[in-house]
Design a binder for this molecule. Structure first.
Ligand code: WTA
Length: 670
């Protein structure tokens, strides 16, 4: 076992400028030193081998090195701080007792789950799809994959069977890990049934099912196995009796194994660049992209940012409310905190169940010190009123984080003044699925924070604001937010499609990574994120591609064309607005509206819902037939209400059908 290294680097507002300057002066030297916080089996020989040149994009960190990600997250803490709580699990229903898993118990469970995967035929490099509720087994499944070098692909439980299938097929995954059902706000989510539908006719050979609610499931003998049967059994027993009819009673979570079986098989070590996981995310066009993250660099970056951006201390209880199906749930609910040996809280439910005080009840109950959530949740709770805060003290809180979308000043102030009682620091962290961890963020000790500003680049990160001509603009600037050099947590490629990776992120502004966001730099040098420049909408912090929603809408027999844009939404940040062209004679009434939303739900999942649908006799197009979404965004946002506002649209006379705009402005729905 590699030695547990002591962590000495401590970034704060007083040393930030000096350390930042050092970190970018020679990022290889900087990250080589920082890499000592991981436990290595084999030391690396080359720190950084990266290029953003459009004809040669490659990103490699710590080549020659080998480690085991799960050992770093679990085993080394099980050895050093065995009784420390790794995971506190809080159920959807407050009456259900919470559970605590120590690092030693986590080690046993991850080991057993890893053995289970091996016994079911998974080998290093295989892809395993995880479609789970927020229960400890979700993290255990991810770590079990990491332990044996399998590549996990977690799919958010709010995606439909069709979306799940697309993601299974894209990475040719032969195994799915799921649960009978999930629970959210008292509602049962039929995860196993969704998996059954998704797997019909697919190449999936095994489905592992966690018995969570005990709800009825259909069973596919030969394909389906209960997690508890396999996790509980010694490998030798598993080999003899894999029968699904002999159901064992499930182990209660956190219970230590008392059968005396230890199966500490030899641990394998993997190359720094061994694939760790694929995570699908939406882009402007086409199907979701499977971003690939690899082992050492990703883990180091997740751990490093976790420690510094949240000012982590050994006694902290860290709660990130993100679902494990998103990147935040990977980097700051599993890998970052566990690599640091922290105690993390995992919550299955929703902020408003059984009432709008739930978050704060949970904070008090478990003495949460660091809380990390999305502005959407804050806006939703803010609207419910301060009475829901009054029954709780929230005195344990020290650092409050925000992620996923711009935080509006009102929500920021409520978070700071009311939730944090004016006594906590707020860190508004800007980053993406592609970046693996925080890129631009204040630190808890950063003075004079500006509500809604992402503030400063993290150490080792070189942001640039690039103008339309492809040149970086110094000083006060507004433009495309790009990054000039690689950092260890960066996604390496798109699974099976490196050309698309290059095209999407490195072609728009040569020699830069293009984030897809616009940003501005103020006179103090601080960064403000202004939102997406592409056709991606950010609904309640969930990233959705407008093209995907459009293709779902046109599946309806009466729809000939559809254009989807985002519009400002009080709670969700952005809502979805669809301009829909129907066959001649058809009317966009409530029945069709319902059918269309049912279709979107079926094809994409509950995560996507069209808020407003407007009948569009025709869509404004260029002479080459391109839909002018820029115009539609302005109409949907209510910026164009009369002819006097038309100047905001620019020159529309060159459109193929300028007259189409009048009808859309007249039909605007607010
Ligand atoms: C947006 C989520 C403003 C941004 C971690 C980015 C933000 C997209 C912030 C990535 C923030 C994320 N302020 N906007 N603090 N954090 N975004 O991949 O548009 O789900 O490009 O990763 O969310 O979403 P993703």
């Amino acid at each position: 076992m590699p030695e547990r290294t002591h962590y000495s680097f401590h970034l704060n507002a007083s040393n930030y400028h000096e350390l930042y300057a050092q970190s970018v002066a020679d990022s290889s030297v900087f990250w080589a030193e920082q890499a000592a916080m991981l436990g290595w089996h084999t030391p690396f020989h080359t720190v950084k081998n990266t290029s953003f040149a459009p004809d040669d994009v490659h990103i490699k960190w710590f080549e020659g090195g080998a480690l085991n990600v799960a050992e770093n997250c679990v085993d080394r803490h099980a050895a050093a701080t065995s009784d420390k709580i790794a995971i506190i699990w809080e159920a959807d229903d407050p009456e259900t007792p919470s559970q605590s898993i120590t690092y030693l118990q986590l080690q046993q469970r991850v080991n057993r789950a890893a053995t289970m995967l091996k016994n079911l035929g998974v080998v290093a490099g295989d892809r395993v799809t995880i479609y789970m509720p927020m229960i400890p087994e979700a993290a255990i499944a991810m770590l079990a994959c990491a332990r044996i070098g399998a590549v996990h692909s977690v799919v958010f439980g709010g995606f439909s069977p069709a979306s799940l299938r697309q993601r299974i097929d894209d990475c040719d995954s032969r195994m799915v890990i799921t649960a009978d059902e999930g629970l959210r706000g008292g509602k049962h989510i039929a995860l196993k049934a969704n998996v059954d539908e998704a797997c019909k006719g697919s190449a999936v050979e095994k489905v592992i099912v966690v018995k969570h609610t005990g709800g009825a499931v259909n069973w596919n003998d030969g394909r389906d196995v209960w997690w508890h049967e396999f996790e509980h059994c010694h490998p030798a027993l598993v080999a003899e009796s894999p029968s699904s009819s002999a159901r064992l009673s499930p182990l209660s979570r956190g219970q230590a194994y008392e059968d005396g079986v230890t199966e500490n098989e030899a641990l394998d070590y993997f190359d720094s660049e061994h694939p760790l996981f694929i995570l699908y995310t939406s882009g402007s066009t086409g199907t979701p992209k499977g971003l690939l993250h690899t082992s050492a660099g990703y883990l180091l970056y997740a751990m490093h940012t976790f420690l510094n951006v949240f000012d982590y201390r050994q006694s902290d209880v860290f709660w990130c409310t993100a679902d494990v199906g998103w990147i935040t749930g990977h980097s700051y609910m599993v890998y970052g905190p566990l690599a640091a040996g922290a105690t993390l809280l995992m919550f299955e439910g929703v902020p408003t169940y059984p009432d709008a005080s739930r978050f704060w009840q949970v904070v008090d109950k478990h003495k949460v010190t660091i809380f990390y959530t999305a502005p959407t949740a804050l806006r939703m709770l803010l609207r419910e009123g301060d009475a829901w805060l009054a029954t709780t003290s929230r005195k344990s809180l020290r650092v409050l984080g925000s992620v996923g979308e711009p935080i509006n000043p009102e929500a920021w102030r409520w978070y700071h003044d009311e939730v944090g009682r004016g006594a906590c620091s707020i860190v508004d962290t800007w980053w993406q699925t592609e970046t693996g961890g925080h890129l631009i963020t204040p630190l808890p000790s950063t003075p004079h924070k500006k509500a809604g500003a992402a503030m400063n680049p993290y150490v080792g990160v070189r942001p640039a604001i690039v103008g339309g001509d492809g040149a970086a603009i110094d000083g006060v600037a507004e433009g495309a937010l790009c990054i000039a050099d690689s950092w260890p947590g960066q996604a390496r490629t798109i699974w099976n499609d490196h050309a698309r990776f290059v095209e999407t992120y490195f072609k728009p502004y040569p020699n830069y990574y293009f984030s897809g966001d616009a940003a501005r730099r103020d006179a103090d040098g601080h960064y403000w994120i202004e939102g997406r420049m592409d056709d991606v909408v950010n609904v309640s912090g969930h990233r959705l591609g407008t093209a995907e929603i459009e293709s779902a809408l046109v599946e309806h027999v009466l729809v000939t064309e559809a254009a989807v844009v985002g519009f400002p939404h009080e709670i969700k940040g952005q809502g979805i607005y669809a301009f829909v062209t129907l066959l001649p004679g058809a009317v966009l009434d409530d029945v069709i509206r319902k059918e269309l939303n049912a279709l979107v739900r079926k094809i994409i999942g509950a995560v996507a819902h069209v808020d407003v649908m407007q009948d569009a006799p025709a869509l404004p197009k260029t002479r080459s037939g391109k839909i002018m979404r820029r115009i539609l965004r302005k109409i949907a946002g209510g910026e164009i209400q009369s002819k006097a506002d038309y100047e905001k649209l620019g020159d529309i006379s060159t459109l193929l059908n300028p007259e189409s705009v009048d009808a859309l402005v007249a039909g605007w729905i607010h």
